[in-house]
Every structure is written in C-alpha cells, then in structure tokens.
Design a protein around this ligand. Structure first.
Ligand code: NOJ
Ligand code: CA
Length: 557
C-alpha cells in the first residue's frame, strides 16, 4: 500500500478554506421543524433549532429549496428564485435565519436549481402564451414533434422520474402544438442554457443571495444544464443516481463539456465577494476523474461524492472508493467530499441493513424486502465513524445523527414524490427519507411542530429516536456523532493525510495524523495492538478488548 493521500493542490500547496474540511448538515426545510403547526417545516422552525446544530458541532448548513413553488417536486420546481414560499415564511425569515446561523458560527449554503424552473415560473407562462419560434420559447427547450402531425415526442428521452421527458403543449389557438423537454417532472421544464438571457439571470440570482449573506450554493443537477446539440435519441431509462457509469458512451443530456464554462462564470462572481463563498455540485457523474472536472481550481469548490455513497459495505469496495476519490480530487487540487445520506436516497441506517450487494433501492415500501434495522444501524454507525475520520469535507443529512431509519412501511396513499405516480407505481421514490424528524419523544409530532400535523406520516416507533431520548445518553447515536465531530475538529482530521495501514478482505486500517482508524467488516473480532488507547468507537469493544463485526474504532498507539 503506497497510497499516502493528503489534500493538496497539484502544485503541492495545501488547499485552505473553511469548506475544505467542513462538516455540512443538510436541512430539508419541509421536515426539520414546523413553527406554526401546519405540518410543514419552515424557516422560523429552523431558526428555533439552530442551537441543536451548534451543539452537534457542524460547521455549516445546506438548506434544500424554500423558494415559491407549486411543490410538484418538493420545491425543486422553483417559480421565483428571489423569494421565499409562504409555506416556509418570507424573506425576512431567511435573513433572520442567516443572521442567527452566523451568530452561532454556522455558515449557510442555499440550494440553486438552474437546470429547470417550475412550470409556474413567469417565463414558462409567457412561453406557453407565445408562438413557436418566439424569444419566450427560446428560454426553454421547445421542439416540434415527430410524425405527420407532430404527435410523437421529438426524441425518445425518458424523464428521471419515469415516463417521457417531453410534454406536448396546447398552443394559444387551442390546437396541440410543440413539445417541451423536462428531464424531471412535467412541472419542471428544462431551461435553454445556450440562451445568454438565462446565463445573465442566474448570475443575478447568485448576487441576490450573496448580497443577503449566504456562504454558498448547492447546485442542483449541475451535470444537466447543457444538452448535446442534436438531442440525439438515447434509449436508456434515466435514473437520478446515474450520470455515466463505466465505459458506456456519455448520455446526450448529462455531463456535456459545455457546463464548465457556466461554472467558471459563476466562480468569478463568487470570488468577487469576501468570505470564501462556495459552489457545490450535485452531479451524478462517474468515474471520479470526470466528476473532478467540476472542481477544477476555477470552477466549483466541491462536488458530492455519490460513488462513495453507493459503495458496498465491504472492505475492498470501501478501500477502492476512498482511494479513487482522494486521487481524483487531489489531481485537480480540490478537497474530497463524503456523504452517506440525503433527501434522494434510502437512509444509510436502513440501506446498510439490506443484504450486501442489493441494488440501490429507489424507496422501500410495504411488500418490499425489509431491511434488518439492528444490523443497519450498527453498520451505519461504523460507516459514519469511518467517514468522519477521512480527510476532506463531509455531508450529514438531518436525522442521521439520531440514527433515524427510512420509513419503510409508509402507506402508499401518503406518498408525495412524483416518482411513485410517474413510474406507474413501480418505484416508491424518496418519501421514506423525508419524514419529519423527531425531537421530543412524548410531544405531538415528536416535537416536529406544536401539533400532530406532519406532511408525511411519522412511524409510531420513532419516540426512541427523539433527540431528548439521546442527549447525554452515553452510547446513543447522537452522542456518538457529537463526540466524533469534536474529536475530528480537535485532531484536524478534515485537513489531515490518509495513510493506509491495512486493506484486507475484511479489515481496513488507516492513519490520519495521530489517530488510527480501524473498521472490521468481517465476522471475527480483530484485536487492537497492545497499548492502544481507544478514543472513540461505533459500538462497545468485545469483552477482551477486540473490535467486533461492523465496528469502527478510533485509537492512538
Ligand atoms: C436533485 C434533487 O436532489 C432532487 O431532489 C430533485 O428531484 C432533482 N434534482 C430535480 O431537481
Ligand atoms: Ca409550518
């Protein structure tokens, strides 16, 4: 093992900046905290719970969208990029949240959705009212259909949520007319990024939020903005998680080279502001070398590492993905990022409770094979301690600090993710990871809000996960996270250097600074070296001091 990975620029200088080693906590506003009891989380609710995040020890929050939206895709369908949906509050509430977060030393990253608007955006309304070939239509991707009367879609692209990626419009004269492209829901028409007006508008939107004090942007579908000019057919179904895997040809809608120019323009805007504002790419792009292009020095600062999220829970798979990730980002001088859960995937406390090698489920429901909850949580805790010891920046998703599982038995009638309907009820989708989180075991809606209301049903078994059942309880998942974040900070793990010691079939061991990290994926307990001083572990050691199955230990010596 000759890998000795540190976070350095190609010139050898260490990369610096708060974001290079930050732990960033994703807030899904609908489901974090509800201040007014309508069952939907909101900005004042978030502000009221910021002390929790400061106490947990994270560096920043990323807020999923809170902009005006018909909520066809839970807010990823934006009708106005410069306002707050009344569901979540108003601009003064956003200002207050940003100010209160900063007062606690927490940075604030907001979500930017540039690939598509909502169909309720004034631009799309204008496009529908205007004729084919008009400047209003040129802001989106309108095309004539195929076939004698244009009754077939312009190409065979599929929507990520299922069904065709094109919808035919009714022209102002009442006749069926052109089609518009939507890689996601029909309510999310794709913008035409070849149009300079779109580029100018988003530069202005960036400034709007930068002027309000945000520390950065998480950029939705960053790999989708530019489409191959000929919109060539592409027979394959789309998946939210797959950009381009392996050696297959690159799909005509993802990861086109033209996207990079856009991010260079954005970077110039951010660099004009004080305080290290950042861009984070949500780009489902593989392999890691291709993803690394998004974080070249004059582009974005970070990109989510979904290859890591998707890696199997085996020592060889984890070794390979960690090594590849560090090498790919080192090559372009960017920090590596790590993530195990977000609002689009089955929570890792449940995902890891499925048999190793199970294909990634797009939601789990009644009737599906159910995860082993105990095993899932044990592995999730081990995976988290492994992740938080790695150099680079890590993302946490609200509720994972409570060991929260996926809601895997949600009644199908309660589902809201458009995936469920658009896939013809074959893909359950993402509702199970978006359930409002529990704060107080004995309060209505587990303290999510002042009433019982909750926009997705909370399982009856969630009292045990509530924050107030875990705070100050030794060994609780919450205290495990808190200790890990404190030690990570004290030992500078985020800007450390990873040196592998052992990468066998069942055990991984590496050093990061003075700390040694060992994860046992195998069935037999692994003894620690004599004199090892254990600083942290994801589960108690065995009676004779060895590391049990699915356990990560941080030790010295
Ligand atoms: C990625 C977001 O994370 C997801 O929730 C959303 O549905 C799609 N982009 C479309 O905006
Ligand atoms: Ca509310």
């Amino acid at each position: 093992m000759n890998t000795n990975q540190s976070q350095q620029s190609p010139s050898g200088d260490p990369i610096t900046g708060w974001w290079t080693e930050a732990v960033i906590y994703q807030i899904y506003p609908r489901s974090f905290a509800d201040s007014n009891g309508d069952g939907i989380g909101d900005l004042p609710g978030i502000t009221s719970r910021l002390d929790h995040l400061a106490e947990l020890g994270v560096d920043a929050v990323w807020l999923s969208p809170f902009y005006p939206s018909p909520q066809a895709d839970a807010g990823y369908d934006v009708a106005d990029y410069r306002d707050v949906d009344p569901l979540f509050g108003g601009l003064p509430d956003a200002d207050k949240l940003i100010g209160e977060a900063h007062a606690r030393g927490l940075r604030v990253i907001v979500d930017l959705v540039p690939n598509h608007t909502s169909s309720a955006h004034r631009w799309f309304t204008a496009a529908l009212a205007a004729p084919a070939g008009s400047p209003e239509r040129a802001r989106y991707i309108f095309r004539d259909g195929r076939g004698p009367d244009g009754e077939q879609p312009p190409n065979d692209w599929q929507s990520v949520f299922g069904g065709p990626a094109w919808t035919r419009v009714v022209e102002p004269d009442g006749r069926p007319g052109q089609w518009y492209l939507h890689l996601f829901d029909t309510g999310q028409p794709d913008l035409n990024w070849d149009n300079p007006e779109i580029r100018a508008e988003f530069l202005d939107v960036l400034r709007f939020w930068l002027d309000r004090g945000v520390d950065g942007f998480r950029v939705d579908v960053a790999h989708g903005l530019i489409k191959q000019a000929d919109l060539a057919d592409w027979q394959e179904p789309q998946e939210i998680l797959s950009g381009n895997e392996g050696d297959r040809p690159r799909p005509p809608m993802w990861d086109q080279d033209g996207v990079h120019e856009i991010y260079r323009d954005w970077r110039r805007v951010l660099d004009g502001y004080p305080g290290e504002r950042v861009l984070v790419a949500e780009a489902w792009v593989e392999p890691a070398e291709r993803l690394a292009r998004y974080v070249r020095p004059d582009e974005m600062h970070q990109a989510f590492n979904f290859e890591y999220l998707l890696a199997s829970w085996t020592a060889p798979a984890q070794y390979a993905v960690i090594t590849r990730s560090l090498e790919a980002t080192d090559a372009v001088g960017a920090p590596t990022t790590w993530v195990l859960s977000n609002h689009d995937v089955v929570r890792h406390a449940s995902r890891l409770g499925l048999p190793v090698g199970t294909p990634r489920p797009n939601g789990i429901g009644i009737g599906d094979p159910q995860p082993d909850g105990v095993l899932g949580l044990r592995r999730a805790r081990a995976a988290t301690l492994l992740m938080l010891a790695l150099p680079g920046s890590a993302y946490l998703y609200q509720g994972e600090e409570l060991g929260l599982p996926e809601h895997t038995t949600m009644p199908d009638e309660a589902r809201q993710d458009p995936t469920w309907a658009r896939s013809g009820h074959t893909q359950r989708g993402r509702d199970g990871c978006r359930v409002p989180i529990p704060w107080e075991a004995d309060a209505p809606s587990y303290g999510f809000g002042p009433t019982d209301a909750s926009w997705l049903p909370q399982p009856a078994t969630w009292a045990e996960y509530a924050l107030d059942r875990q705070r100050d309880v030794p060994g609780s998942t919450y205290e495990m996270y808190r200790t890990a974040l404190r030690l990570r900070h004290e030992h500078g793990l985020g800007h450390g250097t990873l040196r592998w010691r052992e990468s066998g079939d069942t055990v991984l061991t590496f050093d990061n600074g003075v700390l040694t990290v060992l994860t046992n994926f195998g069935e037999s307990p692994v003894p620690l070296p004599s004199g090892a001083q254990v600083l942290h572990s994801s589960a108690p050691l065995t009676g004779d001091g060895a590391v049990g199955t699915d356990v990560t230990v941080w030790y010295r010596g």
